[in-house]
Design a protein around this ligand. Structure first.
Ligand SMILES: *Cc1c(COP(=O)(O)O)cnc(C)c1O
Length: 389
């Protein structure tokens, strides 16, 4: 196979070799259903609980507060529906932001169809949700505030502590979709005031199809999935043991590699941003330049159709995305780029590059060169682009 330049780590990451190694025994030798009452089953339950401990430690929570799910989407659905349903005595109002992932937004739309009210906070041009906007939107009957930790398209890291404080002042719970942040940034749920948090293993070098919901013990929640008594009667279904073990191993690797990876990715990201903005005319980086994920570059190339750029780059073995993977197959311009004030045309000229452990500086240089050439080519044929020089 031709060398792949994978610059879409926000969509998913390859599974770490150490994670595959940890998972293997649980497919065959250690296959028992952990709900069984014999020693064989108890050994598997121990492995599941060890993964729970790893996840809890990463965010400074306790083991009893970690629930395994099928991924980020389920955790987001569960947090919103479960908390709204279980806390109806306080009210039926929820606050979120305009730049959330569709796992949050479409759950909100469902809740609105079923008698709940949702306020969608605007964001500043750099992508920040403002605590003072939250203060204006929050009400006595607000049950839950859900704001993402870091945005999957523009990489912006939100002011979580300040937002959680505003929520708590009105007696509302605070949930954060931390799918892009967990494993990549330090997270301390108590210092930040987070009551619920969603994460997904495949975004941090673990397997697909497994995630966690962290829920502070004092928060009441209704189940989303009904059946057996797994996960303290709150999330039924036979535990996805191989996935859970993989998630635990991935968390352990991320914890060990955290600061090294953050420094490395930040340096590569800044190198790439510098080259893109200096060597290509009319490029705009979206989202705050400093409070952003170490691996994220969102760039708008004036006068270029991102779809065409993506095709030219793909032909050179480069994988990038326009907006998020979840909206890649829809025609609507990204709701996130619209929310930070981009026009439809600017939004449609935007490419997201997300780097990872396997990215080298040579890779970033190759990608910059290919982007440079492709942008030049596309602008030559663009009816919209004012030719210079
Ligand atoms: C990927 C992603 C999700 C969905 O997670 P899955 O595990 O793929 O279901 C939710 N929120 C954000 C911010 C994401 O990036």
């Amino acid at each position: 196979m031709k060398k792949q330049y994978y610059f879409d780590h926000a969509a998913t990451t390859p599974v770490d070799d150490r994670v595959v190694e940890a998972m293997l025994p649980y497919f065959h030798a250690a296959f028992a259903n952990p709900s069984g009452s014999y020693t064989f089953a108890e050994d598997i339950q121990d492995a599941v609980n060890d993964a729970r401990k790893q996840a809890a430690q990463f965010i400074h929570a306790s083991e009893s507060e970690i629930y395994f799910t099928s991924g980020g989407t389920e955790s987001d659905n569960w947090a919103l529906r479960g908390v709204m349903l279980a806390n109806g005595q306080k009210g039926k109002h929820l606050v979120t932001s305009a730049i959330e992932h569709h796992a949050i937004l479409n759950t909100c739309h469902f809740l609105e169809e079923h008698g709940y009210q949702v306020s969608y906070l605007p964001v500043r041009p750099n992508g920040f949700v403002s605590p003072s906007e939250l203060k204006k939107a929050i009400r006595d009957d607000t049950v839950l505030v859900s704001i993402m930790f870091a945005n999957n398209e523009i990489g912006t890291i939100e002011p979580i502590r300040e937002l959680a404080m505003v929520a708590h002042a009105k007696g509302a719970f605070f949930h954060t979709d931390a799918v892009q942040a967990f494993g990549h940034l330090p997270i301390h749920v108590n210092e930040l005031g987070i009551d619920l948090l969603s994460a997904s293993a495949h975004k941090f070098y673990g397997p697909k199809g497994v995630g966690i919901l962290y829920k502070r013990d004092s928060v009441s929640i209704d189940p989303l999935i009904f059946g057996g008594s797994q996960e303290k009667n709150l999330r039924a279904g036979t535990s996805h043991v191989t996935g859970i073990v993989g998630l635990g191993a991935a968390v352990r690797c991320c914890a060990a590699d955290l600061s090294r990876r953050m420094h490395r990715e930040t340096a590569l990201r800044n190198h790439m941003i510098r080259r893109l903005t200096r060597e290509i005319p009319n490029v705009k980086i979206n989202g705050d330049l400093y409070r952003r994920l170490p691996n994220n570059i969102s760039a708008s190339f004036g006068g270029v159709e991102a779809e065409s750029l993506l095709i030219l780059l793909d032909a050179c073995g480069i994988s990038v995305s326009t907006g998020s993977a979840c909206s890649a197959h829809s025609d609507a311009p990204s709701h996130v780029l619209k929310a930070i004030g981009l026009s439809d045309r600017e939004a449609r000229s935007t490419i997201r590059f997300t780097i990872g452990d396997d990215t080298t500086q040579e890779d970033t240089d190759y990608v910059v060169e290919q982007v440079k050439e492709s942008v030049k080519k596309l602008r030559m044929y663009s009816p919209f682009y004012e030719k210079r020089g």
